[in-house]
Design a protein around this ligand. Structure first.
Ligand SMILES: Cc1ncc(COP(=O)(O)O)c(C=O)c1O
Length: 369
């Protein structure tokens, strides 16, 4: 059997299920950070009601979804482009905006760099300081943007993940506005990935993005709306930028079930409110439990996951592998540039599931498994 290549992202319950000879539903996935309350229950009627649309191509304009998003954000639909997950938009950005030299703030999500490299460009990095809990180094970032250079080469784009994955750190909306101004002065593109911003909406700059000609804000319906299998994400930007992005997307990339489910999920404000409330409470409870793990450092988070550093003599990989054998998937972050050899990322799930994970981790670290 072919050797599996190293997994860069979380969420591959299928591979784990094959390895363990279990059904994928028997795997507890803490490696992808998805709303533990699941999607809005309204999506099922929406999908069933749209079943006859399977025999048509999907709406290439994502008209209804774009209009609903525009209404909820108070912007014009022409400022929105929908993609097959925000990953498709991340992939299109370097080609669409001619970004050849991108600055990233490590440790961060790997797809920004991967997309630029795929498009033939180069990546340079600024490193958040571990002693500072990986806080996003805004002053240093503004300085680099003001000079337009990093490590000796000119940059033409900067990406900021806010809140950042995998660290959970976030900067304020005011700081992002500072970055947008620095980007404007230097004629740089600023890409702001708000995939997890539903959990800290006061830090979002989405509603301002339409009026900034050099900024793209990315959003995902995967995490908070719990629709990872349907692949829906969107970008908000100036009209001209949206047109440039659209030209790089394949036709019909967003399937119709994804469009109708995303629309139903967006309209279910009761579920979204419940989800925000649930996360605020369970995140706090889980933080307290993680604090009891011997020798582990857990940093405060603005998102629905925790960056945890294992005690000094532990490496992430064997811990990830041992938990995997028990059907618990967690994210090994030790190879993320700027990281720590014992860094793992844990999604916040339901109380029972979180208890199970903490118990398994605790036994492992105490040498009982
Ligand atoms: C920070 C961040 N942005 C974007 C994505 C891509 O999400 P999707 O393509 O499912 O919308 C991910 C997925 O893990 C992520 O962690």
């Amino acid at each position: 059997m072919a050797r599996l290549k190293r997994r860069l992202h979380g969420g591959d319950v299928y591979a784990a299920a094959r390895e363990l000879g279990r059904d994928s539903t028997a795997i507890l996935d803490f490696s992808a950070s998805i709303n533990p309350l699941g999607p809005s229950p309204h999506i099922w009627n929406a999908i069933t009601g749209a079943r006859q649309l399977v025999s048509h191509y999907p709406d290439p304009d994502c008209w209804d979804l774009r209009h609903a998003l525009a209404q909820s954000w108070g912007i014009d639909p022409d400022h929105i482009v929908v993609g097959n997950g925000s990953t498709e938009l991340i992939d299109a950005i370097p080609r669409a905006l001619n970004i050849h030299r991108l600055l990233v703030v490590q440790p961060t999500f790997s797809e920004y760099a991967a997309a630029v490299v795929r498009a033939g460009g180069q990546v340079t990095a600024l490193y958040a300081d571990r002693r500072d809990h990986y806080a996003i180094p805004i002053d240093r970032l503004c300085h680099v943007m003001d000079t337009g250079r990093s490590e000796g080469f000119s940059i033409d784009g900067v990406v900021l993940c806010n809140p950042n994955s995998p660290t959970g750190q976030a900067c304020s909306a005011e700081d992002v506005v500072r970055l947008a101004k620095a980007a404007r002065r230097r004629n740089l593109w600023l890409i702001i990935d708000e995939a997890f911003a539903d959990y800290c909406s006061e830090r979002s700059v989405l509603s301002q993005a339409a009026s900034w000609p050099h900024v793209v804000v990315l959003r995902s319906m995967t995490k908070f709306y719990a629709l990872p299998g349907l692949r829906v994400g969107y970008a908000v930007a100036a009209r001209a930028t949206v047109r440039r992005l659209q030209r790089q997307l394949p036709p019909w990339s967003v399937n119709m079930m994804g469009q109708v489910a995303a629309l139903a999920a967006l309209n279910d404000t009761a579920h979204t409110e419940k989800s925000v409330q649930f996360m605020a409470e369970e995140r706090q409870r889980l933080a307290a439990l993680l604090a009891t793990l011997p020798g582990c450092v857990t940093i405060p988070t603005c998102a629905n996951y925790f960056w945890v550093e294992l005690p000094r003599r532990w490496r992430a990989r064997p811990v990830v592998e041992q938990l995997r054998r028990e059907g618990l998937l967690i994210r090994d972050c030790s190879s993320v540039p700027g990281s720590h050899p014992g860094a793992i990322r844990l999604a916040v799930r339901t109380p029972r599931e979180n208890d199970r994970l903490v118990q398994a981790l605790s036994q492992l670290l105490r040498g009982k498994s």
